[in-house]
Design a protein around this ligand. Sequence first.
Ligand SMILES: [Zn+2]
Length: 454
Amino acid sequence: MNRTIIHSALAMFLSILCSRDICAKELVFTGARLIDGTAAQPIEDGVLVIKGDRIVAAGPRTAVAVPPGAEIHDQRGRTILPGLISDHSHVGIVKGLTVGPENYTRENILGQLKAYAARGVTTVMALGLNGGLLPQLRAEAHAGKIPGADLFGVDRGIGVTGGQPPDAVIHMGSDQILRPATAEEGRDAVRTMKARGTDIVKLWLDDVGGTLPGKLQPAVYTAVIDEAHKLGLRVAAHVHDLEDARAVVQAGADVLAHGVRDKPVDPDFIALLKAHNTWYVATLALDDATFVYAEGPAWAKTPFVRTALSPELKARFDDPAWQSETRTSAKAQAARDSLAMNLANLKTVSEAGIRIGFGTDSGATPERVPGVAEHRELALMVQAGFTPMQALNTATARAADLLGLADRGRLEAGRRADFVILAADPSEDIANTTRIVEVWRSGRPQEVVGATSP
Ligand SMILES: [Zn+2]
């Protein structure tokens, strides 16, 4: 055998080994402030060691040994935190200004997963309205075969016949939603979703303040929740109003996928959430997106945001006629009222010790921009009264806990090497979460948009 053949055989053998991360090099990120995702205070002058797709060690310089021969990445002056996790987003719904089943394509969804990861969101739960492409894309995302955020999802979801989510607004394909009319149809719908490998069950409950013909009947959602629990699935419920939220939590829903936005939460409701250990995801950015771009805030003009907008959406946001019409619309006023109530209720439920998850409903309409909405949500949580560290804990460790993902959400040995490197400290100013230098997902660097100017 000549030398070339031996070399190529050896190279092939090594590449098979290395593809399984066995001979992956250790990478060491030194000198950074580490925000580990838990409620712990930041670690100054920290060391993060990764190998393959996993974290090997994370902690202060005095406690973490730098392995000999490792590749050193000097990160002095920077902050490293776990990749953000959205518990409530959507994929494949929007393209440009259009919303419809024609947008549920591989290409469009891959673009959205990259947009999330480019802005530090490394895991996304597409909470409903997923078509038949979901299982394949999710498997590829889990295996790291496609770039961008990791993907979890609800198979379709359970809506109201003639009601939520409204066909006239969302334009779903027939394979993107189930609308059971009876308890037995509700159980069937859950079994169908389970058979297609849904990660969680989603249901829509309300009639948007009486503007839609009907609600999901208690007999139907009670059967849906019961069947889901029998099959080992948890249920997230779309709600807007307090009484709907109370009813669905009483029926056993595990996650409120939106905050209560019509009236202040009361002590009985808080006691109910506590008794059921219910998760509460406020999605503050949802109502905010309805009007905020028409007000032309400075943050919306940064490259971080502008690079996330399609040419059509940019043109809409820049159009003075759209701006003034949107600012003064009844819809905008209703959204401002909803947001104010949502902010106040989030503070109340959080201070009462209710479990808070992290989500935005990004990707459901053009204005809810994937990867931008999540940073807006963090800023709004701080506006609601969270400290920046509480907001970051919610968007990382807590968000992972909500999804039952023990392999991510914290900078800790054994977890996935999903992390974001920032040029400035977000514990000082939450706006610094947009000053992204690098994003790593499962130990691989992702394309980023570049740090915005301060
Ligand atoms: Zn949603």
